[in-house]
Design a protein around this ligand. Sequence first.
Ligand code: ZN
Length: 81
Amino acid sequence: MRLPSKPIVEPDNKEIGALCTAIKAVKQHAEQKKLGRGRGGHGTMPCPVQGCKGLVRYLVYTSNGHMMASCSRAGCLKLRE
Ligand SMILES: [Zn+2]
């Protein structure tokens, strides 16, 4: 079993800020594809988290425009609205 390189701890404010920025980037990516409420869909993009070389897959729900996204790298970005 491989342990994550970084121990899982409560993120500090700086990390929360970085995560918010990353989530915003994913949302913007979805907006560019004209995804949102009434027009759901999915997409992939390189993970916007600095230093992460993972791939983010996201899904936008047609019913409410909410988004679900996760990075291919364990312990990285994960979003569920
Ligand atoms: Zn990532």
